[in-house]
Design a protein around this ligand. Structure first.
Ligand SMILES: Nc1ncnc2c1ncn2[C@@H]1O[C@H](COP(=O)(O)OP(=O)(O)OP(=O)(O)O)[C@@H](O)[C@H]1O
Length: 252
């Protein structure tokens, strides 16, 4: 289980998190949405213990698979070595990764759809390719908690589809607590059970996606009119999608 209870984070005079509470039990996926600079990354760092809380508490296991928003490396590591680093917590202080760790890392790359980059230098990969390798590193930790900061941000539409399929595949196993941030409400509808909407006025709304991802809430969140459309889903069931009315253009 991961989450925050009544968490407060202040930067100088600004209160970024104001008694924020949410919980993600093993078996559920949470999507966090909010405008730029509202505090989504700060929330993830607070959960992970990288951000000190001014009040409240956090819940997380010792090892969490984490993919930060931006990652670069000035070391000449190959992608497979980056993924093997996800095994570090299992190796002890002076331990070296063994064949099992490399097997796990290769399986994680396969799962993330990034096997073809195994031998490539990480710092030569594109932003989207790095993202997939870092997803594999998070999977290789074997942790029951996964935290992804805007995992789709650098991905083209094809790779967004792959990412959402991967997230849904992980979700279907119901053996992990998964949290991801996104700027696309459709990603929350496609791959999350619950959503945390961090409103511009400092309030937050937490609950099942079908109750939180609504046109009214999204208009409050982004200040852009929204419309819900129901499309046939994979099993024939209706699948909800949202359309923003950019530049005042409204869907029919
Ligand atoms: N260590 C820090 N010291 C001071 N201010 C900070 C610090 N970390 C973040 N902030 C500020 O806190 C606010 C929230 O930042 P955060 O990165 O959590 O936002 P976000 O919702 O993830 O934004 P985005 O969608 O643009 O990635 C921003 O205004 C940011 O400048």
């Amino acid at each position: 289980m991961i989450g925050l209870t009544e968490a407060v984070v202040r930067f100088g005079p600004r209160t970024i998190l104001d008694r924020l509470s949410f919980v993600v039990p093993v078996g559920r996926t949470l999507a966090i949405l909010g405008p730029n600079g509202r505090g989504k990354t700060t929330t993830l760092k607070a959960v992970l213990g990288f951000q000190r809380l001014d009040a409240g508490s956090r819940t997380a296991p010792d090892i969490v698979g984490y993919v930060p928003q931006t990652a670069s490396s000035n070391q000449r590591y190959r992608a497979i070595d980056v993924v093997v680093m996800g095994r570090a917590a299992h190796l002890g202080l002076f331990g070296q990764p063994g064949p099992d760790d490399f097997d796990i890392a290769h399986a994680a790359l396969e799962r993330a759809g990034a096997s073809r980059f195994a031998g490539h230098f990480f710092d030569r990969l594109s932003g989207g390719e790095r993202q997939m390798v870092l997803l594999a590193r998070a999977l290789a930790t074997g942790s029951a908690a996964l935290v992804f900061d805007e995992p789709a941000a650098a991905l083209d539409l094809h790779n967004q589809e792959r990412l959402l399929t991967l997230l849904n595949g992980l979700r279907a196993l119901r053996d992990k607590a998964i949290v991801f941030t996104t700027h696309d409400p459709n990603h929350a509808l496609a791959a999350a059970d619950d959503a945390l909407l961090m409103m511009p006025d400092g309030q937050s709304l937490f609950g099942p996606v079908m109750e939180t991802i609504t046109p009214g809430h999204l208009e409050r969140l982004y200040g852009v009119p929204m419309r819900i459309v129901d499309l046939p889903g994979p099993g024939g069931d209706p699948q909800r999608a949202v359309l923003p009315a950019f530049a005042g253009i409204r869907a029919a």
